[in-house]
Design a protein around this ligand. Sequence first.
Ligand SMILES: [Zn+2]
Length: 167
Amino acid sequence: MPSVAEVLRRYGPAYLERYGAAMPPEHKKVLQAISACRTGELGTAWYVCQSCGQEHAIACACGNRHCPSCQWGKTAGWLQQETARLLPCPYFLVTFTVPAPLRAVIRRHQRIAYAALFEASSAALKTLASNPRFVGSSHCGFGGCCIPGAGRWSIILMSTTSCRGAG
Ligand SMILES: [Zn+2]
C-alpha cells in the first residue's frame, strides 16, 4: 500500500494544477511538506553507529502536524487518550454530504462554511434525536469533522444514545 507521501508525490502536481487556485495557501504548504518528507529534499542527517563506526544517512522529516509519517506516534497516543474518555454508550456516525454546487464556495470560505454546516447538521440531529421514534432524548452530544475526499465534502457527527435513560 502506498504511503500518503507517495500518493501526494505522484498525484499532487496534477491536483495542484486543477485545484491550486482555489486552495488556501496553508493547504499547499502541507502538501509540499508531506511530499518532501524523508526524500532528502529537506536535508540529510548523518549518524555514526557507536558499535561499528559506520555512517548512516537519514533523510530529514518534515515534522508537519498533518504528516502521517511524522505524527503517527502522537496520533496513536492521542487516540488512546481520547478512547479512554469515551462515554460507556454506543456512538453513531452520521454523514451529511454537501450538494456539489456548494463545494467550491465551501473550499474558499471554510471557516464560515464549516460553522454553518455544523450548526445545520447538529440542529437536524437534535430534531431527529428528540423524536421518540428514533432516540427519544434531547440529551445527545455531537462532535464534528469535515472529510474532504473524492470531490465531496461531508461532515460527521457523533451522537450518544444511552442518554435516553439519563435524561
Ligand atoms: Zn513528515
